[in-house]
Design a protein around this ligand. Structure first.
Ligand SMILES: NC(=O)c1ccc[n+]([C@@H]2O[C@H](COP(=O)([O-])OP(=O)(O)OC[C@H]3O[C@@H](n4cnc5c(N)ncnc54)[C@H](OP(=O)(O)O)[C@@H]3O)[C@@H](O)[C@H]2O)c1
Length: 364
């Protein structure tokens, strides 16, 4: 156990530029509860989207916070430092969703080598996958030397794997898959999967500032900046996968391709401050939110138990190795590091090759 006080990074739910760090007591553990030391967590634009969808999709409900403030979920590793649950041993290291805090207390409703499930009432409405802490020991994807890559990209890669599979499964995207925010890790994963499949070409759309980085990645067959979109060859069918959420860009793509757009999929909103425009009168198909759990369910039925995990694991290993050619992990510790990375990510000032891994412990 430790005596160090808790520290919670809080975001003002009505103005994300306002944030603060609150000191707390070390959480007490009652019968049936478990306390994690939040060792390290990754922070990318995806975590900012949790604020954007916080009210709509329940991301503000992961962890209790003072009125008007929220605690963003992040993917990380934690270690059990106190346990009054018979099936959770002190010292168990787990991958899962942690707050930007030093401690997380959970109330497992079930626990075993495959997962510890937080059954706390405030998380009851969240998808089961969001409430699961996976012990490293029973985790087929866990490799201690690749914890950083797992924190930074495991969840993002899974989404892109399922999106690529969805596109193929539905017969969309035989020719071109247009992917916005091509410099984001989620898009890089999708570009990698599409171009490696040989089925379609991956076209990356990005900002001028990130163009050279995206070209050098080698996972897109073509790269254009947002200003060059009008020059795209729009004579053949294409699919649009929207990671930017930028409404003006979406309109440009739809107007350019019209009915040759076979599908328009909404996955992200990295350009979170440019999402306000409406889609009224948009030519081509209506944009559809990509719902990854539905594709998981479908493939579990198509392929039988275990096969999706096997394919995912195999693809992950290829992508993780590919990421070694461009990903630079940046570790930051303590209050200032966490505040700086949060502010830079919110403002879109981070370098795309950087993967930020943070901790509120000075010694982590
Ligand atoms: N729905 C799902 O299940 C799901 C799952 C995973 C990820 N996603 C989404 O995928 C997106 C990418 O996440 P990530 O973690 O992979 O991102 P990331 O690696 O941190 O991406 C950074 C890139 O996003 C763009 N960007 C970020 N902040 C910006 C800002 N304030 N203004 C303008 N551009 C900004 C820039 O790309 P460009 O210059 O290339 O535009 C930047 O290089 C997120 O919106 C996330 O929510 C969704």
């Amino acid at each position: 156990m430790t005596d160090s006080p808790g520290l919670d990074f809080l975001v003002d739910k009505s103005d994300w530029h306002r944030h603060r760090l609150d000191e707390t007591a070390v959480p007490d553990v009652s019968e049936g509860q478990v306390l994690f030391r939040v060792d390290r967590f990754a922070f990318t634009a995806n975590n900012i989207s949790y604020a954007l969808a916080g009210d709509m999709l329940g991301y503000w409900n992961f962890y209790p916070a003072p009125d008007g403030w929220g605690r963003l979920p992040t993917m990380g590793f934690g270690e059990v430092i106190n346990s009054k649950h018979p099936d959770v041993a002190i010292g168990t290291r787990c991958f899962g969703f942690y707050p930007m805090s030093r401690y997380l207390r959970i109330e497992p409703s079930a626990a075993g080598p495959g997962g510890i499930f937080d059954g706390a009432a405030h998380r009851a409405a969240l998808a089961p996958a969001y409430n699961t802490y996976t012990p490293c020991e029973g985790d087929p994807l866990y490799q201690p030397e690749h914890e950083d890559a797992l924190m930074l990209m495991r969840g993002l890669f899974m989404t892109s794997f399922l999106a690529d599979d969805f596109i193929a499964d539905n017969g969309f995207g035989e020719r071109a898959v247009l992917i916005s925010s091509a410099s984001s890790k989620t898009s890089i994963a999708l570009g990698y999967l599409v171009s490696r499949s040989g089925r379609a070409t991956a076209v990356g759309l990005t900002s001028e500032r990130n163009r050279d980085f995206v070209r050098e990645l080698g996972c897109y067959d073509e790269v254009v900046t947002y200003d060059e979109v009008q020059g795209l060859d729009a004579t053949g069918p294409a699919v649009y996968v929207d990671m930017a959420g930028n409404s003006a860009l979406r309109r440009n793509i739809h107007e350019l391709f019209g009915d040759r757009l076979m599908h328009s999929s909404t996955i992200g909103a990295t350009h979170w401050d440019q999402t306000a425009g409406d889609d009224e009168g948009l030519p081509g198909p209506s944009p559809e939110f990509f719902f990854a759990p539905a594709q998981i369910q479908k493939r579990a039925a198509d392929w039988g138990p275990g096969e999706l995990q096997r394919r995912l694991g195999e693809a992950w290993e290829g992508f993780r190795k590919f990421s070694e050619s461009w990903l630079e992990v940046r570790r930051g510790r303590g209050r200032e590091a966490v505040e700086r990375v949060y502010e830079d990510t919110l403002a879109g000032r981070t370098e795309p090759q950087h993967g930020h891994v943070l901790s509120l412990w000075e010694d982590s």
